[in-house]
Design a protein around this ligand. Structure first.
Ligand SMILES: C[S@@+](CC[C@H](N)C(=O)[O-])C[C@H]1O[C@@H](n2cnc3c(N)ncnc32)[C@H](O)[C@@H]1O
Length: 254
């Protein structure tokens, strides 16, 4: 794999489940399964499936043994973790870049959780990914994304998102976290540093490219998708520009 796409996963695979097992985004899965509750047998593809954290939640929430679940990820190390996960249905794991080619559908549901779409590096990559989504969606299929909303004071404001390193807890470990913001390229880059012992210092660099909801909708529309619902959480609270997260549902534009 071209290694830029694999970088995040390869760096974080060894610690991902330990650090992020307590994330509270299961309402995203509840939202998707509620939207598609009438389907007896869903054909699903998750973009950036990683270690299968959301896949496991999805399969448990659905409880439909006939669903067909595919996950694509650019990191072999993440997919190795996925293969170790015990699931009640088997998952088809594809090693690939979601901006290059998605597995042939048709899929009833394409979804991308936990800001994973922000792993794409630029507008071109996002547009290619969304064109692929249009290609593989079933006629009544849905794309669901769960993503942070960059606040105006960040987009228009200073380049420093997190001034200086600060301590955060991850998987019970104290980790130093720092990040910088480049407003022009709409990227935030950062690093976690874990002092596992005085002689064992582990570094976890990361970088995201963010889009505002308006920018995202414009690229989606150019790719042939229209947003049919936008909510602030998985309960269905109507979204307003003051919300820091959006769950959005897209369909092929008619
Ligand atoms: C934040 S993790 C999310 C994993 C999982 N969906 C979850 O919520 O726990 C992002 C995942 O996306 C993968 N990824 C990043 N860029 C990708 C790309 N261009 N194509 C496919 N997967 C990608 C990473 O390897 C990583 O596994």
């Amino acid at each position: 794999m071209g290694t830029d796409a694999a970088r995040y996963g390869d760096v974080f695979a060894p610690v991902y489940d330990e650090w992020y097992s307590d994330l509270d985004d299961s309402d995203f899965i509840a939202y998707i399964t509620r939207c598609r509750r009438g389907d007896d047998r869903l054909r699903v593809v998750e973009l950036g499936v990683g270690t299968g954290r959301l896949a496991e939640a999805f399969v448990a929430a659905r409880g439909h043994v006939n669903d067909l679940y595919t996950g694509i990820d650019s990191s072999n190390l993440m997919l190795e973790r996925l293969a170790e996960r015990e699931m009640s249905i088997s998952i088809t794991a594809i090693h690939g870049d979601m901006a290059t080619a998605l597995p042939d559908g048709p899929f009833d549901v394409v979804f991308c959780g936990y800001n994973t779409i922000f792993n794409l590096p630029d507008d071109d990559a996002l547009a290619r990914c969304l064109h692929e989504v249009v290609r593989v969606l079933a006629p009544d299929g849905d794309l669901f994304i769960d993503v942070a909303v960059p606040m105006p004071h960040v987009v228009e404001g200073s380049d420093a998102v997190s001034p200086g390193p600060r301590a955060v807890l991850r998987g019970g470990h104290k980790i130093l976290s720092s990040s910088t913001h480049d407003a022009k390229s709409q990227t935030v880059s950062g690093e976690f540093v874990h002092f596992a012992s005085p002689t064992d210092v582990r570094r976890y660099p990361w970088s995201i490219r963010y889009w505002t909801t308006e920018q995202f909708d414009t690229i989606a529309a150019q790719s042939g998708l229209q947003c049919v619902e936008r909510v602030a959480d998985g309960v269905g609270t109507p979204w307003t520009p003051n919300n820091s997260r959006h769950i959005s549902r897209f369909r092929v534009a008619t």
